[in-house]
Design a protein around this ligand. Structure first.
Ligand code: ATP
Length: 236
Protein backbone atom coordinates (compact mmCIF):
# COMPACT_ATOMS: atom_id res chain seq x y z
CA UNK A 1 0.00 0.00 0.00
CA UNK A 2 1.28 3.47 -0.86
CA UNK A 3 1.92 5.48 2.29
CA UNK A 4 3.46 8.56 0.72
CA UNK A 5 2.88 9.91 -2.75
CA UNK A 6 4.69 12.91 -4.17
CA UNK A 7 3.39 13.87 -7.56
CA UNK A 8 4.66 16.45 -10.03
CA UNK A 9 5.94 18.79 -7.34
CA UNK A 10 7.58 22.10 -8.15
CA UNK A 11 9.43 24.04 -5.47
CA UNK A 12 11.12 27.39 -5.97
CA UNK A 13 13.40 29.46 -3.76
CA UNK A 14 12.89 32.81 -5.38
CA UNK A 15 14.09 32.17 -8.92
CA UNK A 16 15.85 28.91 -8.11
CA UNK A 17 13.74 26.02 -9.37
CA UNK A 18 14.76 23.43 -6.76
CA UNK A 19 12.24 20.62 -7.48
CA UNK A 20 11.00 20.07 -11.02
CA UNK A 21 7.87 17.96 -11.33
CA UNK A 22 9.33 15.60 -8.76
CA UNK A 23 7.37 12.35 -8.33
CA UNK A 24 7.98 9.31 -6.14
CA UNK A 25 6.15 6.99 -3.78
CA UNK A 26 6.94 5.17 -0.56
CA UNK A 27 5.00 2.02 0.27
CA UNK A 28 4.03 0.95 3.77
CA UNK A 29 6.93 -1.01 5.29
CA UNK A 30 9.52 -0.06 2.69
CA UNK A 31 12.93 1.55 2.89
CA UNK A 32 13.04 3.91 -0.07
CA UNK A 33 16.18 5.83 -0.85
CA UNK A 34 16.56 9.11 -2.71
CA UNK A 35 20.04 9.32 -4.16
CA UNK A 36 21.58 12.48 -5.47
CA UNK A 37 24.61 14.71 -5.38
CA UNK A 38 24.99 18.07 -3.65
CA UNK A 39 22.26 20.43 -4.68
CA UNK A 40 20.08 17.75 -6.31
CA UNK A 41 17.15 18.72 -4.10
CA UNK A 42 17.25 16.04 -1.41
CA UNK A 43 17.02 18.34 1.60
CA UNK A 44 14.35 20.38 -0.14
CA UNK A 45 12.34 17.19 -0.57
CA UNK A 46 12.69 16.37 3.13
CA UNK A 47 11.65 19.89 4.08
CA UNK A 48 8.70 19.62 1.71
CA UNK A 49 7.52 16.50 3.54
CA UNK A 50 7.93 18.17 6.94
CA UNK A 51 5.91 21.19 5.84
CA UNK A 52 8.90 23.53 6.05
CA UNK A 53 8.86 24.37 2.34
CA UNK A 54 5.69 24.56 0.27
CA UNK A 55 5.19 23.40 -3.32
CA UNK A 56 4.20 25.81 -6.03
CA UNK A 57 2.52 22.96 -7.90
CA UNK A 58 1.87 19.25 -7.50
CA UNK A 59 0.60 17.16 -4.61
CA UNK A 60 2.09 15.53 -1.52
CA UNK A 61 -0.13 12.96 0.13
CA UNK A 62 0.63 10.96 3.25
CA UNK A 63 -1.97 8.38 4.28
CA UNK A 64 -4.77 10.64 3.15
CA UNK A 65 -3.28 13.86 4.59
CA UNK A 66 -2.33 16.67 2.24
CA UNK A 67 1.20 17.58 3.35
CA UNK A 68 1.35 20.54 1.01
CA UNK A 69 -0.93 22.48 3.35
CA UNK A 70 -0.66 20.65 6.70
CA UNK A 71 0.98 22.43 9.64
CA UNK A 72 4.46 21.10 10.56
CA UNK A 73 3.38 20.16 14.12
CA UNK A 74 0.36 18.24 12.79
CA UNK A 75 2.67 16.44 10.37
CA UNK A 76 4.88 15.33 13.28
CA UNK A 77 1.92 14.14 15.31
CA UNK A 78 0.66 12.17 12.29
CA UNK A 79 3.83 10.08 12.60
CA UNK A 80 6.10 11.58 9.99
CA UNK A 81 9.34 12.31 11.82
CA UNK A 82 12.38 13.94 10.28
CA UNK A 83 15.99 13.35 11.35
CA UNK A 84 17.66 16.39 9.81
CA UNK A 85 21.00 16.53 8.09
CA UNK A 86 23.83 17.30 10.51
CA UNK A 87 22.06 15.49 13.41
CA UNK A 88 21.49 18.63 15.55
CA UNK A 89 21.53 16.99 18.91
CA UNK A 90 21.93 19.16 22.00
CA UNK A 91 25.59 19.11 22.94
CA UNK A 92 25.26 20.17 26.59
CA UNK A 93 22.46 17.71 27.31
CA UNK A 94 23.02 14.05 28.07
CA UNK A 95 22.12 11.22 25.73
CA UNK A 96 19.11 10.46 27.91
CA UNK A 97 17.91 14.07 27.94
CA UNK A 98 18.28 14.24 24.16
CA UNK A 99 16.14 11.13 23.82
CA UNK A 100 13.50 12.55 26.18
CA UNK A 101 13.15 15.57 23.90
CA UNK A 102 11.89 13.26 21.18
CA UNK A 103 8.83 12.63 23.35
CA UNK A 104 7.62 16.22 23.52
CA UNK A 105 4.52 15.44 21.45
CA UNK A 106 3.80 12.11 23.18
CA UNK A 107 1.10 12.46 25.83
CA UNK A 108 1.43 9.05 27.45
CA UNK A 109 4.61 9.24 29.55
CA UNK A 110 4.77 5.46 30.02
CA UNK A 111 5.02 5.15 26.28
CA UNK A 112 8.07 7.43 26.29
CA UNK A 113 9.76 5.19 28.90
CA UNK A 114 8.96 2.09 26.86
CA UNK A 115 10.34 3.63 23.70
CA UNK A 116 13.50 4.81 25.43
CA UNK A 117 14.03 1.29 26.77
CA UNK A 118 13.55 0.00 23.24
CA UNK A 119 16.08 2.47 21.83
CA UNK A 120 18.63 1.36 24.43
CA UNK A 121 18.00 -2.24 23.44
CA UNK A 122 18.43 -1.43 19.76
CA UNK A 123 21.55 0.71 20.38
CA UNK A 124 23.26 -0.61 23.52
CA UNK A 125 26.05 1.86 23.04
CA UNK A 126 23.63 4.67 23.84
CA UNK A 127 22.58 2.89 27.02
CA UNK A 128 26.22 2.77 28.12
CA UNK A 129 26.56 6.48 27.41
CA UNK A 130 23.20 7.62 28.71
CA UNK A 131 24.71 10.15 31.11
CA UNK A 132 27.33 11.43 28.69
CA UNK A 133 26.91 14.89 27.14
CA UNK A 134 25.83 14.85 23.51
CA UNK A 135 28.71 17.05 22.38
CA UNK A 136 31.30 14.56 23.61
CA UNK A 137 29.95 11.66 21.55
CA UNK A 138 31.51 10.45 18.30
CA UNK A 139 29.78 11.36 15.06
CA UNK A 140 28.27 7.89 14.74
CA UNK A 141 26.97 7.97 18.30
CA UNK A 142 25.45 11.40 17.70
CA UNK A 143 23.72 10.04 14.61
CA UNK A 144 22.34 7.18 16.69
CA UNK A 145 21.04 9.65 19.28
CA UNK A 146 19.35 11.62 16.48
CA UNK A 147 17.69 8.45 15.18
CA UNK A 148 16.83 7.34 18.73
CA UNK A 149 15.25 10.70 19.50
CA UNK A 150 13.05 10.37 16.41
CA UNK A 151 11.99 6.88 17.49
CA UNK A 152 10.70 8.22 20.83
CA UNK A 153 8.09 10.12 18.83
CA UNK A 154 6.74 6.82 17.47
CA UNK A 155 7.30 7.41 13.74
CA UNK A 156 5.19 5.70 11.11
CA UNK A 157 7.47 7.18 8.48
CA UNK A 158 11.03 8.03 9.43
CA UNK A 159 12.73 10.62 7.21
CA UNK A 160 16.51 10.31 7.38
CA UNK A 161 18.53 13.08 5.78
CA UNK A 162 22.06 11.86 4.99
CA UNK A 163 22.69 9.80 8.12
CA UNK A 164 26.07 8.65 6.77
CA UNK A 165 27.45 12.15 6.37
CA UNK A 166 30.96 12.54 7.77
CA UNK A 167 31.13 9.03 9.19
CA UNK A 168 33.83 6.39 8.62
CA UNK A 169 32.74 3.37 6.53
CA UNK A 170 32.52 1.02 9.51
CA UNK A 171 30.35 3.50 11.40
CA UNK A 172 28.17 4.05 8.32
CA UNK A 173 27.59 0.31 8.30
CA UNK A 174 26.53 0.35 11.96
CA UNK A 175 24.12 3.23 11.39
CA UNK A 176 22.62 1.49 8.35
CA UNK A 177 22.18 -1.69 10.41
CA UNK A 178 20.20 0.31 12.95
CA UNK A 179 18.03 1.77 10.17
CA UNK A 180 17.45 -1.73 8.79
CA UNK A 181 16.47 -3.02 12.23
CA UNK A 182 14.06 -0.14 12.79
CA UNK A 183 12.45 -0.95 9.44
CA UNK A 184 12.29 -4.67 10.22
CA UNK A 185 10.32 -3.75 13.34
CA UNK A 186 7.69 -2.05 11.21
CA UNK A 187 8.70 1.55 10.55
CA UNK A 188 8.62 2.81 6.97
CA UNK A 189 11.79 4.71 6.05
CA UNK A 190 12.63 7.36 3.50
CA UNK A 191 16.39 7.67 3.34
CA UNK A 192 18.13 10.50 1.55
CA UNK A 193 21.76 9.78 0.78
CA UNK A 194 24.80 10.74 -1.22
CA UNK A 195 26.37 7.48 -0.13
CA UNK A 196 24.70 5.26 -2.71
CA UNK A 197 26.76 2.22 -1.84
CA UNK A 198 25.61 2.15 1.78
CA UNK A 199 22.03 3.17 1.04
CA UNK A 200 21.40 0.65 -1.75
CA UNK A 201 22.50 -2.17 0.58
CA UNK A 202 19.54 -1.61 2.90
CA UNK A 203 16.93 0.02 0.64
CA UNK A 204 14.17 -1.87 -1.14
CA UNK A 205 13.74 0.73 -3.86
CA UNK A 206 15.52 3.91 -4.86
CA UNK A 207 15.19 7.02 -6.97
CA UNK A 208 18.03 9.01 -8.43
CA UNK A 209 17.41 12.76 -8.28
CA UNK A 210 19.31 15.21 -10.44
CA UNK A 211 18.62 18.96 -10.45
CA UNK A 212 15.30 18.48 -8.74
CA UNK A 213 13.82 15.70 -10.89
CA UNK A 214 13.85 11.89 -10.84
CA UNK A 215 16.12 10.56 -13.56
CA UNK A 216 16.19 6.85 -12.64
CA UNK A 217 14.22 4.56 -10.35
CA UNK A 218 13.90 0.89 -9.58
CA UNK A 219 14.62 -1.76 -7.01
CA UNK A 220 17.81 -1.21 -5.04
CA UNK A 221 19.32 -4.33 -6.63
CA UNK A 222 18.55 -3.14 -10.15
CA UNK A 223 19.96 0.31 -9.50
CA UNK A 224 23.12 -1.03 -7.86
CA UNK A 225 23.85 -2.83 -11.14
CA UNK A 226 22.73 -0.07 -13.48
CA UNK A 227 25.81 1.19 -15.34
CA UNK A 228 24.63 4.81 -15.05
CA UNK A 229 24.39 4.49 -11.27
CA UNK A 230 27.66 2.61 -11.05
CA UNK A 231 29.44 5.28 -13.03
CA UNK A 232 27.91 8.33 -11.34
CA UNK A 233 27.38 7.15 -7.77
CA UNK A 234 29.27 3.94 -7.03
CA UNK A 235 32.67 4.60 -8.60
CA UNK A 236 34.78 1.92 -10.20
P1 ATP B 1 23.02 18.87 -0.22
O1 ATP B 1 23.35 17.44 -0.19
O2 ATP B 1 24.17 19.75 -0.57
O3 ATP B 1 22.25 19.35 0.97
P2 ATP B 1 20.55 18.67 -1.64
O4 ATP B 1 20.40 17.61 -2.65
O5 ATP B 1 19.97 18.45 -0.31
O6 ATP B 1 22.06 19.06 -1.48
P3 ATP B 1 19.01 21.07 -1.66
O7 ATP B 1 19.64 21.61 -0.41
O8 ATP B 1 17.65 20.56 -1.57
O9 ATP B 1 19.95 19.98 -2.29
O10 ATP B 1 19.08 22.22 -2.75
C1 ATP B 1 18.46 22.12 -4.04
C2 ATP B 1 18.70 23.42 -4.81
O11 ATP B 1 18.02 24.49 -4.20
C3 ATP B 1 20.15 23.83 -4.88
O12 ATP B 1 20.38 24.41 -6.12
C4 ATP B 1 20.28 24.86 -3.79
O13 ATP B 1 21.30 25.77 -4.07
C5 ATP B 1 18.93 25.52 -3.80
N1 ATP B 1 18.53 26.00 -2.48
C6 ATP B 1 18.36 25.25 -1.36
N2 ATP B 1 17.95 26.00 -0.33
C7 ATP B 1 17.84 27.27 -0.80
C8 ATP B 1 17.45 28.52 -0.23
N3 ATP B 1 17.04 28.61 1.03
N4 ATP B 1 17.48 29.61 -1.05
C9 ATP B 1 17.84 29.50 -2.35
N5 ATP B 1 18.22 28.36 -2.95
C10 ATP B 1 18.21 27.26 -2.19
Amino acid sequence: MTALEVQDVDVYYGRVHALRRLSFTVGEGEIVCLLGNNGAGKSTTMNLLSGLVRPKAGSVRWNGTDLATAKPWNIVSSGLIHVPEGRRIFSTMTVHENLLLGGYSVRDKRRIDERIAHVYELMPRLAERRRQQGGTLSGGEQQMVAIGRALIGGPRLLLLDEPSMGLAPLVVKQVMEVVSAVNAQGTTVLLVEQNARAALKIAHRAYVIETGAVTLSGSANELARDPRVVEAYLGA
